[in-house]
Ligand binder design. Sequence first.
Ligand SMILES: Cc1cc2nc3c(=O)[nH]c(=O)nc-3n(C[C@H](O)[C@H](O)[C@H](O)COP(=O)(O)O)c2cc1C
Length: 366
Amino acid sequence: MAVSHITPPLQPVTLADYEAQSREKLEPGIWAYFSGGAADELTLRRNTEAWQSLELWPRVLRPLTGGHTKLRLAGRELAHPILLAPVAHQKLAHPDGELGSALAAAAQGAGYVLSTQSSTPMEAIASAVLDDPGRGPLWFQLYWQHDRAFNLALAQRAQAAGYESLVLTADAPVSGARDRERRSGFTLPTGMGSVHLQNLPAPSYQPSETYCAGLPAHAPCWEDIAWLQERTPLPIWLKGVLHPQDALQAKRLGVAGLIVSNHGGRTLDTAPTTTRALPLIARALEGGLPLIVDGGIRRGTDVLKALALGANAVLIGRPAMHGLAVDGALGVARVIRLLRDELEIAMALTGCRTLDEATPALLSPS
Ligand SMILES: Cc1cc2nc3c(=O)[nH]c(=O)nc-3n(C[C@H](O)[C@H](O)[C@H](O)COP(=O)(O)O)c2cc1C
């Protein structure tokens, strides 16, 4: 019998392994789209470095029996604090696309946030996962459009489909200067557009005008959030908040929670890392709002550090896309599982039985 000498690719054991393997799978333009950031990519690079540079101060000999990663968030009990961030155009990574990611998230008890710029209709995702008793929250991310009525219609459609919250992204009134992506010549392939924006009425401004000339027509403002709150029963989370003053304003407005985020370094380059913004926001709000953080989280130790800095939960963006590119839904499920396993190891090694025990004292011995 012939013996095969083909070595199968190594089973990835870290999120970085998935990243490396996905780079081999994706064509260069698509790789640039998923992995790139804005301008000189300083924020993008600092995002991962910032988590790495924080040190954990382990406590020893603490009782660990009965430990778990459960938490309460948005009125639900979650198995662990990892949710998948909204990421546009997921079918670019793999034909399984958003459906694959959402099924993987549900199977792993992780929350899923569907992007406005999804390549799969929101109803298809909802009907695939809503009945799963072990799933995490299912939320719809809203990129505010120039037509208020259109935004409301999207919110109502999400509510009717079974989405439990809206995530309004506030940090991208325009796309960042994504130089790497432009250099690669990346354009969306035909048929890969945002399915939810197909019937969007044409804007009243000319696309040829400067960014600023067109902006007042579609960039969301605080009044738009208030306007939407009055018309939808869905809780609204604000994503992309970094400044403590904005966090306080959001709290006064009565939003459901904040996602402390610099959009994974894809919007304003040199914006601070979320390791810096999160503790400032947590201190300003004094526990007044639930906080989720994202940007550069690649290890279970990063998740634990995020909780120690004041987050209730984390989002991961690119790592899920790396898993999706390598192995479709299965790859996403493994990425979530790896991160959760690493979190549990980090908890045990720092003497944390439950997530509540991840306090700032983990990061500083004083
Ligand atoms: C390819 C790509 C597409 C994204 N699309 C969206 C989007 O549609 N809506 C949104 O609010 N954020 C979007 N984001 C930002 C993510 O939700 C998240 O904030 C970021 O990826 C977190 O950083 P990480 O990738 O280092 O985990 C996107 C990020 C990437 C990498």
